[in-house]
Design a protein around this ligand. Structure first.
Ligand code: 3SL
Ligand code: MG
Length: 238
């Protein structure tokens, strides 16, 4: 299996993900939110690009949907939840549809349409994602959402952790960037101390969401792997 990494949503070039198993990572915080919601029984998650589209979909839907996400890391006016994974409890999400729009994460997910498989990954489900990738047996592209089109340390080390889990299962053909992520993780397996130097970590911290940061760095609290079929995200069927 060949494993490659894309460092931001803006770097998903034409043809890069076609025919591959893709994992989209925005550990701070969109893919941690989606994983938590699905873990807590959310029926489906619809990732959309704009606030307008989210409101439109909620209006068109025959069921009551939850609107979630952020702009500039804060709750969107008129939405039910912000982009804090801790808000997506069983009480809030069980058997519901979540419509979510975030700055980088939902954009990265939507830009991967055309890939063979699209998995949603973060630290919370990294081992389960690696196991699923191993089962799928395709070449892999780990798409880091990044932050505003730029490289983000947080998504990169999360990639390194997933690669580390995969490497325990099989031989990998690694590109240079993949090998770099792997070595960075090996040197910094205490993820929170590494990412405390990241710019976006400090944006979230300065806004007072310290508990989110601690939560998003918890390794393997769930075996749930959310899967995007190009329209909606659901827990993968085993
Ligand atoms: O950009 C995104 O998709 C968000 O996850 C960013 S934030 O952590 O909620 O600010
Ligand atoms: Mg992010």
């Amino acid at each position: 299996m060949r494993v490659d990494i894309v460092i931001s949503a803006d770097d998903i070039r034409e043809g890069k993900t076609e025919g591959k198993s893709v994992v989209v990572i925005d550990m701070l915080r969109a893919t941690s939110v989606i994983t938590t919601a699905v873990m807590n029984g959310c029926k489906r998650v619809i990732p959309v690009l704009t606030v307008e589209r989210a409101l439109e979909l909620a209006k068109e839907s025959s069921e009551k949907c939850i609107l979630g996400g952020e702009r500039r890391a804060l709750k969107i006016e008129g939405f039910d939840c912000s982009n804090s994974p801790l808000e997506y409890t069983k009480d809030v999400v069980e058997d519901k549809t979540l419509i979510i729009s975030t700055t980088n994460g939902t954009r990265a997910i939507n830009r991967c349409k055309g890939a063979k498989d699209i998995l949603i990954g973060c630290i919370l489900n990294a081992s389960a994602v690696a196991r699923k990738l191993y089962e799928l047996k395709n070449d892999i592209v780990i798409v880091n959402a990044g932050t505003y089109g730029e490289f983000s340390m947080d998504d990169f080390i999360c990639s390194g952790y997933i690669i580390n889990c995969l490497k325990d299962m099989c031989e990998l053909e690694m590109t240079d960037i993949t090998r770099t992520a792997y070595h960075i993780y090996k040197m910094h397996s205490d993820i929170i101390s590494f990412i405390s130097q990241a710019r976006h970590y400090n944006v979230i911290k300065d806004l007072g969401f310290t508990e989110d940061l601690e939560y998003c760095c918890r390794k393997d609290i769930t075996d749930v792997v959310p899967y995007f079929d190009g329209k909606e995200i659901r827990a993968i069927k085993n």
